[in-house]
Design a protein around this ligand. Structure first.
Ligand code: DX5
Ligand code: ZN
Length: 217
């Protein structure tokens, strides 16, 4: 599996999402942070906005659900044609059932872990998902510093997948920038969310290309 750069529009101009996505043509997908003000102390947008955006952009959509009761809400994003749907381990009652449902609807299924959540309880279900998202900040806001304390979990996830003989992507999200991407890649991540590093730049697409090169892609 190659390197993927999936910029987050959380810190972009939310009134012009389609325009912002058009500024990152080199990206592999756009990472859309759905927040409900319950699972995280912040609120963004939900399905109606994602459905509208789908009609305005051909860029693959990587949905990161930071919402309670993901079991109830996640499948609709797959039905809307989103390529990848990520649910949090801490907010899902039946992760295996949900992953199977998402895959049956034609989306990639991904399991996200907050910084203090271990991968080990989920080791036996790695074959049920396409990706594990390892948060490298506490979810809720862009622009926070990268938590190096999460690097060993990236390594352990890569090792667990290898010993189980499954091919999964490992995505890191939070504080990813030119200063931090190399150590995340070295630990075993291959899919990188970057929000402020990309959209606070005057040339977001150049940052996407630079991050890809730094990650070894
Ligand atoms: C945080 C979100 C991230 C965030 C990343 O809860 O999940 O996707 O937008 O932003 P940066 O790259 O600025 O940390
Ligand atoms: Zn995210």
């Amino acid at each position: 599996m190659g390197i993927a750069i999936t910029p987050s529009i959380l810190n972009a101009d939310l009134a012009d999402l389609a325009g912002e996505i058009a500024r990152i043509p080199s990206a592999d997908a756009v990472h859309l942070d759905v927040m409900d003000n319950h699972f995280v102390p912040n609120m963004t947008f939900g399905l109606p906005v994602v459905e509208s955006l789908r009609r305005h952009s051909g860029m693959p959509m990587d949905i990161h659900l930071m919402i309670t009761d993901a079991d109830r809400w996640a499948p609709a994003y797959a039905e809307a044609g989103c390529e990848s749907v990520t649910f949090h381990a801490e907010a899902t009652q039946a992760p295996i059932r949900l992953a199977r449902e998402l895959r049956a609807l034609g989306a990639k299924a991904a399991l996200a872990l907050k910084p203090a959540t271990s991968i080990e309880p989920y080791a036996d279900m790695l074959s049920e998902v396409d990706m594990v998202l390892i948060m490298t900040v506490e979810p809720g806001f862009g622009g926070q510093p990268f938590l190096d304390v999460c690097l060993p979990k990236i390594r352990r996830t890569r090792e667990l997948a290898k010993s189980a003989g499954v091919e999964i992507a490992i995505q890191v999200d939070g504080g990813v920038s030119a200063e931090t991407i190399e150590r995340a890649a070295l630990a075993g991540a291959d899919t990188f969310v970057a929000g402020s590093a990309v959209f606070r730049s005057d040339d977001p697409d150049q940052v996407v290309r630079k991050l890809r090169a730094m990650a070894g892609g």
